[in-house]
Design a protein around this ligand. Structure first.
Ligand SMILES: Cc1ncc(COP(=O)(O)O)c(C=O)c1O
Length: 355
């Protein structure tokens, strides 16, 4: 038995082969081919959104978003320290300065009450994360961004299928980005999406991800962040199975919750649960690490998501740390959750945690 924190979902192989036949017929392997276009179209329909651009991963999606919104080297961006490293590393890579705002201890999302004090003339944007697919306080963030003339970019890497007030979570902010990495709820092996409020930005970004070319001419400074037809084909297959994927994950999630709810603390949900992660908050780091050691001895590999708190990374050179994020990051553990995880396997995990 070997239980990892996640396991990529693989759709029916014959269905994928049928898409391969189409690729062989069209000889279109990449560069906005028919399958990539079909995927963008179907994702927009499925998520009830407009202007989704299919790109090569969720990391470049963030970097393109900064460019499109006109952020320049030396600008500052208010962001959360409780996230995957790419939220912060993309800023530093683009020579933007992350200004860390602490998180709410219950929702694990950026604490909107602490943002205003961090705003300086150098701050040009806010970059919150819908952590584990839990919606940020989007209304308050919209208000703060408007009042202070700041751009609002959501790192929505985990938020596939999340709705807030009956609207896709991707419709909030100027831009949302998502990851379609193999371990995500919906995936294209490697991949990502950028969702724009403004169609003109979508058009501009489509040129930027293709070396800045428009009708064959170099119109702007660009990069290569396109994705391939093979990746799109995987996305089209996985998208067909979303109902099954969601139902299976929900059962896994509910089973853990039923057995663990009286013994651990959990993230307070602000939106519908997309059952992407199962984060468990321990009393302290020491107790958590003891359990991790026993789980590992039994070939069970949960992950310390998100650890460390990003403000503590050396390359961030943060002057002030965020104590709540530091505290949560030290004692949070994401348990294995994926399609096909059996109740027997879950029982093994639960037994060790409750022993
Ligand atoms: C919050 C967050 N942002 C960005 C990314 C980067 O996405 P990708 O792995 O597709 O580059 C991830 C990846 O897991 C993530 O969790």
């Amino acid at each position: 038995m070997y239980i990892n924190v996640n396991k990529p979902y693989l759709p029916n192989k014959n269905k994928y082969y049928k898409y391969l036949d189409k690729i062989w017929d069209s000889n279109y392997l990449t560069n906005f081919g028919p399958l990539s276009q079909e995927l963008e179209h179907r994702l927009c329909k499925y998520l009830n959104i407009n202007n989704l651009l299919f790109v090569s991963n969720g990391t470049l999606a963030l970097q393109i978003a900064y460019k499109i919104l006109g952020l320049r080297a030396g600008d500052s961006v208010i962001t959360t320290p409780f996230s995957f490293v790419a939220t912060t590393s993309t800023l530093i890579w683009e020579k933007l300065n992350p200004i860390f705002c602490d998180i709410n201890s219950e929702t694990f999302c950026i604490d909107t009450n602490k943002i205003k004090n961090l705003i300086t003339p150098q701050v040009r944007a806010i970059l919150p994360v819908h952590v584990f697919g839990n919606a940020c306080d989007v209304e308050k963030l919209e208000q703060i961004a408007k009042e202070n003339n700041l751009k609002l970019i959501y790192d929505a890497a985990h938020a596939f299928g999340v709705k807030y007030k009956n609207k896709s979570i991707f419709e909030y902010g100027d831009i949302s980005t998502i990851s379609f990495h193999a371990t995500k709820l919906f995936h294209t092996i490697e991949g990502g999406g950028i969702i724009f409020r403004d169609k003109n930005m979508y058009d501009e970004a489509k040129a930027i991800i293709n070396f800045g070319l428009k009708n064959g001419d170099v119109e702007s400074l660009g990069i290569n962040a396109k994705n391939s037809e093979f990746n799109a084909a995987m996305g089209l297959c996985v998208l067909d199975d979303m109902e099954f994927i969601m139902q299976d994950r929900e059962e896994v999630w509910e089973y853990y919750y039923k057995h663990l709810k009286n013994y651990f603390s959990f993230q307070k949900l602000t939106s519908n649960n997309n059952f992407h992660y199962f984060p468990v908050l321990f009393d302290n780091e020491e107790n958590m690490m003891k359990k991790v050691a026993i789980l590992n001895q039994n070939n069970i590999f949960p992950r310390r998501y998100f650890y460390p708190s990003l403000d503590t990374l050396d390359y961030c050179k943060a002057k002030k740390y965020c104590p709540i994020s530091f505290n949560i990051a030290s004692r949070i553990l994401c348990l294995p959750i994926y399609v096909g995880l059996s109740r027997k396997e879950q029982n093994e995990v639960i037994k060790i945690l409750l022993d």
